[in-house]
Ligand binder design. Sequence first.
Ligand code: FA5
Length: 347
Amino acid sequence: MKDIDFDKLKKEVEAELQSIKTQEEIENFRLKYFSRKSGVLNDILKSIKGLSIEKKKEYGKFANQLKIYIENEIEIKKESLKMEHIKNLEEEEKIDITAPGKKVFSGHIHPLTHIIRKSVDIFESMGFEVASGPEVETEFYNFDALNIPASHPSRDMQDTFWLDPKTVGPGFLMRTQTSSVQVRYMEKNNPPFRIVCPGRVFRKEATDATHEMQFYQIECLVVAKDMSLVHLKSVLELFFKKLLENEKIKVRFRPSYFPFVEPGVEVDVICFKCLGKGCPLCKKTGWIEIGGAGMVHPKVLDSAKIDTSEFKGFAFGMGIERVAMIKYGVGDVRLFYNTDMRMLKQF
Ligand code: FA5
C-alpha cells in the first residue's frame, strides 16, 4: 500500500468545503467520503487492515481524526447553509409596513337589484310574505287561471316565448308576468294572506327605450275579508312614499282592463321631480304610469277554490326597470343591461 498524505488530504477537504454552496452539494460531499461502497475514508480504513500494527495505529489515528473533522465540518456547513437560507427568505418576504396601502375597489349592487330589495323590504314591513314561482311556466298559470281567454292578444306568438312542444311537451312558455304566481300561491294557502312576488318575466317584443325582451316585475296580492280599492290605494301610496323617499307622493287610478281583475286600473304615481306641475320627466302631464292593478277577478279566486262570498282580494304589478328609470333619471331601459361600467358606477 502507498503512503497516505493526510495533510494533503485535509487541505483538499478544506478547499472542497469552501466551495460548497447548497445542501445538495454537501450531501454529495458526504457520500464522497463516507459512502459504504466507494467513500474515500472507508477505502482508507479498509486498506489499513493489512498493515503492520504500528502503521495501523498511525494511519488509524489520522484516519479517525480526519473522519471526526469531516463529520464536524459537514454539520457546521449544513447549519450555516440553513441560516443563510432563512436570511434570504427574510429578505425576499420582507414586508414594508411603511409602504402606502393598495386601494381596495369595492363594488355595489346593480340598481335594479337595489330597487327589488328595497321594494321587498317595504312590503315586508307591511306584513307581506315573499312568494315565488317558476320562470318556465305553464299556459294554465300564466293565462287560463288568470281568466285570460285563448283569444287574448297577449297569447299571440309576438308576445309570448313558447317553448318547443316537441322538446318539453305542449303548453310551456316563459312567463310573461309575475301574476302567474298568484294562483300557484292561492292553491296552496288559505286566506287571509298578503304576498309580494319579485321576478323576471319575458316578452317577445321589439326592444326600444322603454321595452326590453326580459325585465323584472313585482307583484303584490292580498286576499282577505272586506278588501276594497281603498285598501289597494293606501298600500300603494305608502309603498311609493317609502320607495321614492318622498312624503308628498300621491297615487292615482285610471280605469283599465286586465282580464284577471275587476275593476282594473292603471296606476300612476305623481311625478316625484315636479310633484304634479309638469316637467320633461313626466312629459308635462304631472303623472307617471307605473303598473297595473285591481280587485282580483272572482273567476281567478274560483280557479284557486277560494270562497268568493267570504273573501275579496286586490293585486298590483309593476315593472322594476320603469321605476329605476324614474328614480335614477335614466332615459333608456337597455342601459341597465349592457354592463357598461361608466353607467353602473354612477349609482
Ligand atoms: C301586467 O303585466 C300585469 N300582470 C300587471 C297587473 C298585476 C295588473 C296585477 C293587474 C293586477 P302590464 O303588461 O301592463 O301588466 O305590465 C306591467 C308593467 O310592466 C308595466 O306597467 C311596465 O312598467 C312593465 N313593462 C311591461 N312591458 C315591459 C317591457 N317590455 N319592458 C320593460 N317593462 C315593461
